[in-house]
Write a protein that binds this ligand. Structure first.
Ligand code: PMP
Length: 360
């Protein structure tokens, strides 16, 4: 079967095993005579799928009992609004570290809800590194500190996280959740759109410390209040059943291949293959991210001219590579190497990059 060399930034490659398993469930799930997306969301068969997805996520990430796992629609973009709507009180300010376009978008939504402060930013350096911030400057009554753990567009990634001892830490982990072991307890709210490491688009995972649920005002619209999801096991209304089923299969796959330690090792190896080509290219490929902020999920680089970059992408496309164009806002090239991108695809890309350099 033909499978593309898929380096898309999201929606992105899914494990082949997952797709094969899902294929069987489209027509007849568990001998019900119905496809998975034909089941009632109130049926015991769907309920089991839903609960299993939550159980698997809890197990993989070792999510402590004082956190809720919620499945919400609206993408990570809706979380840009829901976070401040639920957590930002009148006499407080929400602090944002700007490390890329997605953090800017998150800040813009929070600005509409209440007071915000930019704790640090690397905008004037084209978001080429994770900015330094001083936690001492964050006042005691700050509502939360918001970070973006991996910057999908610029290819930078936090290597260690701020402490949440004084201020709750909220993290947009859309593009690196499940890519490495994580101490959930270091955070107070984590959110991630599924369409990179978790599954297909359509579901957003929110992991929230139960204590924070007390902050939401009862005046919030019901579908924008985290408590609606927490109190109803994310089944207040019809959830995206197919997306949650696929999420569950991806989580099963992640467990089967050895969990987050193994996944981290594989990701380190894949990223090293591409960064080594960049570093050994004597300036032919110019990495966007500073070395100490490099992302293991999105490898961003430029060539010496727009023309060369266009030629690189043209030849890459001819050679069967998909998704190597940089985000439309910054151009250049980007290889997204999420968990499900096989090592041998990355090997092929590294070899292609070397050959292209030698020929040009
Ligand atoms: N945050 C990050 C880090 C992202 O990469 C993206 C999407 N690429 C978003 C937020 C927005 O996600 P969505 O399209 O699910 O709203």
């Amino acid at each position: 079967m033909y499978r593309a060399l898929n380096f898309n930034a999201g929606p992105a490659a899914l494990p082949e095993e997952v797709l094969k398993e899902a294929e069987k469930s489209l027509l007849n799930f568990g001998n019900t005579g119905m496809g998975i997306m034909e089941l009632s969301h109130r049926s015991k068969e769907y309920q089991a799928v839903h609960d299993q997805a939550i159980t698997r996520l809890r197990r993989l990430l070792a999510i402590p009992d004082d956190f809720e796992v919620l499945f919400i629609q609206g993408g990570a973009s809706l979380q840009f609004s829901m976070v401040p709507m639920n957590l930002l009180g009148k006499d407080q300010a929400a602090h944002y570290v700007l490390s890329g376009s997605w953090s800017e978008k998150a800040l813009k939504e929070a600005d509409k809800i209440g007071e915000t402060v930019i704790s640090a930013s690397s905008k004037d350096q084209k978001y080429s590194f994770i900015p330094k911030y001083s936690q001492d400057e964050i006042p005691d009554n700050a509502a939360y500190l918001h970070i973006t753990s991996n910057n999908t567009i610029y290819g930078t990634q936090w290597q260690s996280f701020p402490s949440n001892k004084k201020t709750p830490v909220v993290a947009d982990m859309s593009s690196d959740i499940l890519s490495r072991p994580l101490k959930v307890d270091q955070f107070d709210l984590i959110y991630a759109g599924a369409q990179k490491n978790l599954g297909p688009s359509g579901v957003t995972v929110v992991i929230i410390r139960k204590e924070l649920l007390k902050r939401s005002s009862e005046m919030l619209p019901v579908m924008l209040n985290y408590n609606t999801f927490a109190n109803n096991n994310s089944l207040y209304n019809t959830p995206p059943t197919l997306s949650i089923y696929l999420l569950s299969l991806v989580l099963q796959w992640a467990e089967q291949i050895g969990g987050l330690e193994q996944i981290e090792k594989a990701n380190e190896m894949k990223a090293k293959m591409l960064y080594d080509v960049i570093d050994e290219s004597e300036g032919f490929y110019i990495g966007h991210a500073h070395k100490n902020s490099r992302s293991r999920m999105n490898v961003t680089f430029n060539l010496q001219s727009e023309d060369l970059s266009r030629e690189f992408q043209k030849q890459a496309k001819e050679a069967g590579f998909v998704g190597l164009g940089g985000h439309r806002s910054i151009g250049g090239c980007r290889a997204s190497i999420y968990n499900a991108v096989p090592e041998h695809h990355v090997e092929k890309l590294a070899a292609f990059m070397k050959a292209f350099k030698n020929n040009n």
